[in-house]
Each structure stands twice: as C-alpha cells, then as structure tokens.
Design a protein around this ligand. Structure first.
Ligand SMILES: NC(=O)c1ccc[n+]([C@@H]2O[C@H](COP(=O)([O-])OP(=O)(O)OC[C@H]3O[C@@H](n4cnc5c(N)ncnc54)[C@H](OP(=O)(O)O)[C@@H]3O)[C@@H](O)[C@H]2O)c1
Length: 218
C-alpha cells in the first residue's frame, strides 16, 4: 500500500482532539468519517458546525471504511471498542492516561505505555501511537507545509513497520514532521511525564531526544 492509497480517515471520538485532527484531515483532502458512542444522527449537527465536510457514522462503519482509524476517545473507555472491528486495521492511538481526568486505573499505573495495553486489547490492529504528546489546539495552530523551517515534529511508534510508514505519511500530509521511534515499546519515550510530552521540537531535536531516551532506558 502506498501513502496515496490512504484516502479515508476514520476517527472515534469527536471531542477536542478528534475534531482538531478531523479538520486537518478534511483540509488535507481526506474523506473523513467520525463516530462517538452516540448514534450518527445525534452528532450530525455538531460535525456540520465543528468539522464541515466530515461524515457521521457508527464506530463499526468508521472502522470498516477507514484506511486509518484514529482512536480519540477517553482512555478509560477503550474497552468499549470491539476488537474484531479493528483486526488488520491501521490504528493511530492518540489516547493518554491522565489520572486527574481518567481517575486512577491500576492497569495504567505500571511501566507499560497505555498504547501497549491498548494494543494487547486490540491484538490484530496495526497500532501506532502518535499525536498524544501535542495539545489539541496546537494541532491546527502549529501545522505547517512540508519543508517549512521550524516545522514541529511528532513522534510515532508501532510494531508494524508498514503501518508506521503510512501513518508517517498521514502526519506529514496534515502538517508535521514524523519521527519514527521504533517498536511500540518506544512509545514510553513520549508518554505523559516524559521530556518529549508537550515539547515543541523540530525533526532533528526529536530524533536526538528519542535516541537519548532509548539509550538511557536500554
Ligand atoms: N485534549 C488534548 O489536548 C489531548 C491531546 C492529546 C491526546 N489526548 C487524548 O485524546 C483522547 C481524547 O481527548 P479529548 O480531549 O479529545 O476528549 P474529549 O474532548 O472528552 O472527547 C472525547 C470524545 O470521545 C467520545 N467518546 C466517549 N466515549 C466513547 C465511546 N465509548 N465510544 C466512542 N466515542 C466515545 C466522546 O463522545 P460521547 O461521550 O458523546 O461518546 C467525545 O466525542 C484522550 O484519551 C486524551 O488523553 C488529548
């Protein structure tokens, strides 16, 4: 599959991050479908206002139609997702564990990143973690065309190299320099509380920081 074959972006979650990513994706020319836990008719008006051009759908229809599915729902709700809907799908996990909003969830208190736990739950998904370390408002404020000096970078990590490559193409097309961190275990380097989380870094600085973190953690 080539980057140009990625035409439909599905987003689960129409909150702060979901709608910001959806607007960038619509602007970049993708066909965008969005689902929440509510029936599509209930979010149609919200999308008309917040993301003109995006189409409301059920989670099942979004997962079925999308070339890339973005998970932008609260992490505490991840078990509402039906694993078989995501089998074989390229999935971007933008979710973070943040106890003050999610409440204390013991399974996320260990050393694994939340994305490793979500990947365990969706074992057949080709999961890539990214966009979790940027604020939702910055997704639009800081998007820049490819080659723009000072363009912000975004880290990504996942176990499927082809999925990483295609997600990197999506990140680039919506306005950021993708920097591959490696397998999903490396997503620990840009989880909440790390020096990458919230930091505005260019491509080379991001690469260096991820490398330093990988060397210090082994
Ligand atoms: N806010 C940020 O700056 C930021 C940045 C990076 C990553 N994140 C992460 O991104 C995720 C979303 O954050 P957010 O700030 O966008 O949250 P939010 O504004 O609260 O939006 C959450 C969305 O998920 C939907 N949702 C809730 N339960 C669902 C379910 N079971 N199935 C499908 N959709 C469901 C909600 O709609 P309904 O309740 O109507 O279903 C809502 O549209 C979180 O995990 C957060 O940690 C946030």
């Amino acid at each position: 599959m080539q980057g140009s074959d990625i035409k439909t972006i599905g987003i689960v979650g129409a909150g702060r991050v979901g709608t910001a990513l959806a607007r960038r994706a619509v602007a970049a020319g993708y066909d965008v479908r969005i689902a929440t836990s509510k029936p599509p008719a209930e979010i149609a008006l919200l999308l008309e206002i917040m993301v003109p051009g995006a189409h409301p759908a059920t989670v099942e229809a979004v997962a079925a139609a999308a070339d890339i599915v973005i998970l932008a729902l609260p992490l505490s709700k991840y078990r509402d997702l039906e694993p078989k809907m995501f089998a074989g799908k390229i999935v971007i996990d933008v979710m973070n564990y943040w106890a003050p909003t999610d409440g204390v969830i013991p399974e996320f208190e260990g050393s694994k990143s939340s994305s490793e736990i979500v990947q365990d739950y969706l074992p057949k998904a080709r999961l890539v973690r990214s966009f979790n370390h940027i604020g939702y408002h910055e997704i639009e404020e800081e998007a820049r065309p490819s080659g723009h000096p000072g363009r912000r970078s975004l880290a990504l990590a996942g176990n499927d190299a082809d999925a990483r490559r295609l997600v990197a193409g999506f990140i680039d097309r919506i306005g950021f320099d993708p920097v591959e961190a490696g397998d999903l275990v490396r997503s620990r380097s840009f989880a909440t509380g790390t020096p990458v989380f919230g930091a505005i870094l260019g491509h080379d600085e991001m690469r260096q920081r991820l490398q330093d973190l990988a060397e210090s953690t082994g």
